[in-house]
Design a protein around this ligand. Structure first.
Ligand code: ADP
Ligand code: ZN
Length: 726
């Protein structure tokens, strides 16, 4: 027997398999989807078996040396899925499989055992023998105590004093045993099952009536309308049929609350999967899923690849979030993967959002998706009142961070003992440090980016490559002591707020304060327990949270998001601001939102104020149509990267010319232009954009270009199909 083995070798991967002979000793064990250890040139490396066949190849073959992980096999569905990802994103097959697997199981990982073991002590003699021993040793109180408790089951070795253990081992009454245990062990604590009400029932019934076929449902429900509750009922329904469910959320910060709700309701039937778990935890959760020990997977983007079998529903919450798209190779979108898997299992996909992406809404309008809506908040909690404050006049009053109006609202809230969320979409202390005397600004020496000041460590940091340098008050250019900070980051807002409200408790939530393991959970629990009065954060605080005491949301600078030069900035601003507004007044207390801006008449902000999703949808769709952007046109983004400026520019032009001659006449190829981040880590970046509606030639042309550069050492290509940002 022979096996085709896919290996990962070299920086630019060879996308092909190599045939190996399966020695007799392994013939019964080797299966498709297994990781094996093979000779490769002068080395030995790991690879995946992708096919097994009888025919002896013409060439001479070497033997497979060993199976790497016996109890792990990539199942046939996931083997197929890898091919879909390869086709869809133009990555190599091995890259697709690697992306699908947790670190512990990636092909090149050679650490063997990720299991966590514990030593147990258990009774190895009959109860009669034990009781006889007890009778004859009445004075050995400690030993008797241990024996009595062992009658109820094994104990952890570490909990038994070693002197007692030695004696019991010596008389042959107990034995020790090493057992692998799971690191995460949820328990079900929630008996109260809520009944769905009105609109929730309509949505639920609509999905249930088509639960055994593939179909996509867009659940458009205002914030606080009970979407999560609908998800849980749908999952329960699927479980009743003996099927399983995947639930995706866009950010790790959001898994905390939703996982808690799923744990409470479904207990140990739930596995979680996100990048903040340790390699060992991920391995455990993956194992639970692979061995059919759980029925529900809750997690972020990569959870869509977990080997859950017999899937009955896939739910994607906050479906508009850009986090579902992976920005590096393979550039897949978890929504596409969900659709693929759902059609494989013939089950529904639920896309939930208060602000669906234009693409999803457009599909719902055309009837491609089933449209479901929840228009009212639970318990008739009202949507918050939204105020827009013109910051131009506030600046004249030297109010650079908070307007008088917002200050007044904050004070009222604090006095009533309620909580406040302040959103600013930029972390760090201030955006830039600039010399007042000569205008010098700190820039990253490797990237075309201004450095961000972090006050707590007195560092300047590049948010692209991580380059870090100390801040100095003296200008490196003109040597004047005139470096001052301009702009605003979460850290600066935090120190300002702390000064302004010294007797209140303030917490900051952004990637800097949540990078340590467990820090999300801690902050969130503390907010729930009202240990903080004011929460300052980036978009991380905008989605999904349900904190009953939050009644005021302040958006420090709405222009930040509006001014991003991207065709989606209007859409993204609308959803960011609507989402964060949705954090206010979710329960009995009414909520208010204050938006600070220099563009008080901006259309997007006005739609946010009126809570007019459809108005904004129509407005944006009209712009997209005129400018030929999605959802009217599809996009492909191509980046040409080189350390050499001339090379990057020359090759980009060459590619543009090739494309113009080799795509259909109705498609448009724009560029090359310099990319928005023109230089990152000393690499120059040029970009091309292809816009198309239908193009039979495009994919082949892209594949051809891609193959032309695979082995080019000086030039790298990044092809992004359906990019979210250009
Ligand atoms: P969404 O996911 O749309 O933001 P949630 O599912 O979090 O909304 O619901 C908002 C609040 O209303 C939550 O506190 C939730 O527990 C409560 N809730 C949802 N559905 C019901 C229901 N049918 N009966 C009672 N309370 C509900
Ligand atoms: Zn940099």
């Amino acid at each position: 027997m022979y096996a085709d083995v896919l290996v990962q070798y070299g920086a630019k991967t060879l996308d092909r398999t190599f045939t190996y002979h399966i020695p007799d000793s392994l013939i019964d064990d080797v299966k498709v989807g297994m990781k094996v250890y093979v000779p490769f040139g002068a080395q030995k490396i790991n690879g995946f078996v992708v096919a097994i066949n009888d025919d002896k190849p013409n060439k001479e073959t070497k033997d497979i040396i060993a199976i790497v992980t016996k109890d792990f096999v990539l199942n046939s569905e996931l083997m197929e899925l890898g091919k879909y990802i390869q086709e869809k994103t133009l990555c190599s097959l091995i890259t697709a499989y690697q992306a699908m697997l947790p670190t512990a199981l990636k092909v090149n990982n050679s650490k063997e055992d990720y299991n966590l073991y514990k030593n147990y002590v258990y009774l190895s003699a009959s109860l009669t023998d034990v009781d006889t021993y007890i009778l004859h040793n009445m004075r050995s109180k400690r030993q008797i105590e241990i024996l009595e408790s062992l009658k109820n089951g094994p104990l952890l070795k570490k909990d038994i004093p070693s002197s007692s253990l030695e004696k019991l081992l010596a008389v042959g009454l107990v034995k020790c045993r090493k057992e692998s245990v799971y690191r995460i062990n949820p328990v079900c604590t929630d008996a109260k099952k809520r009944e769905l009400i009105d609109e929730q029932n309509v949505a639920f019934d609509a999905v249930v009536s088509k639960k055994n076929e593939y179909g996509v449902f867009l659940l458009h429900g205002v914030t606080g309308s009970g979407k999560t509750e609908v998800y849980m009922h749908l999952v329960a329904e699927v479980l009743k049929d003996g099927k399983r469910a995947i639930v995706l959320v866009p950010e790790i910060s959001l898994t905390t609350q939703i996982v808690k709700r799923f744990y409470e309701r479904f207990g140990e039937q739930v596995a979680i999967f996100h990048s903040n778990l340790s390699d060992g935890e991920k391995y455990d959760e993956y194992k639970k899923i692979m061995n059919d020990e759980v029925s529900i997977v809750v997690g972020t983007r990569s959870a869509i690849f977990t080997p859950l079998k017999n899937i009955g529903i896939i739910i994607i919450d906050e479906e508009h979030s850009s986090n579902y798209k992976q920005e590096n190779n393979p550039r897949y979108n978890a929504i596409d993967i969900a659709k693929w898997r759902a059609s494989y299992h013939k089950c529904p996909v639920i896309l939930g959002s208060a602000t669906p992406s234009l693409e999803s809404m457009a599909r719902a309008m055309k009837g491609v998706y089933n449209y479901l809506s929840l228009q009212n908040r639970i318990g008739n909690a009202k949507l918050p009142t939204i105020h827009i404050v013109d910051m131009a006049s506030e600046y004249k009053k030297r109010n650079m961070i908070l307007s008088d109006f917002l200050k007044e609202k904050i004070m009222g809230c604090l006095e009533r003992g309620e909580q406040i969320m302040l959103l600013l979409n930029r972390r760090g202390y201030s955006t830039i440090m600039m010399c007042q005397s000569c205008g010098y600004t700190y820039k990253c020496p490797h990237c075309d980016i201004t450095l961000t000041y972090h006050k707590s460590s007195n560092h300047l940091r590049c948010h692209y490559c991580g380059y870090t340098t100390f801040n100095s008050e003296i200008c490196p250019e003109c040597h004047e002591r005139a470096i001052r900070d301009y702009g605003l980051g979460t850290e600066k807002v935090e120190s300002y707020i702390k000064e302004l409200y010294p007797s209140y408790r303030v917490v900051r939530m952004d990637t800097d304060t949540t990078s340590r393991k467990g820090s999300y959970e801690k902050i969130i629990t503390n907010i729930e327990n009202h240990e903080y009065d004011i929460i300052i954060g980036t978009q991380m605080i905008s989605k999904g949270f349900d904190f009953p005491l939050v009644t005021l949301v302040g958006i420090i600078n709405a222009d930040e998001s509006l001014n991003i030069p991207d065709f989606r900035s209007g859409e993204n601003t609308f959803s960011l601001l609507s989402q964060v507004s949705g954090r206010a007044g979710r329960h009995d207390l009414p909520g208010e939102v204050v938006i600070q801006t220099f563009n008080p008449d901006n259309k997007t902000l006005r739609y946010v104020q009126k809570n007019d999703y459809l108005g904004n949808y129509k407005y944006e769709m009209n712009l997209r149509k005129q400018l030929r952007y999605p959802p009217y046109y599809y996009l492909v983004g191509i980046k040409v990267l080189s350390k050499n400026y001339e090379t990057a520019s020359k090759e980009a032009t060459k590619i543009a010319n090739y494309l113009r001659n080799n795509i259909s006449a109705s498609s448009i190829c724009l560029g090359p232009t310099t990319a928005r981040m023109f230089r990152i880590n000393n690499v120059y970046r040029f970009q091309l954009i292809v816009k198309y509606r239908q193009d039979d030639k495009l994919m082949d042309s892209l594949k051809y270009i891609d193959s032309e550069y695979v082995f080019n050492k000086d030039v790298n290509l990044e092809i992004d199909i359906d990019p979210l940002h250009i």
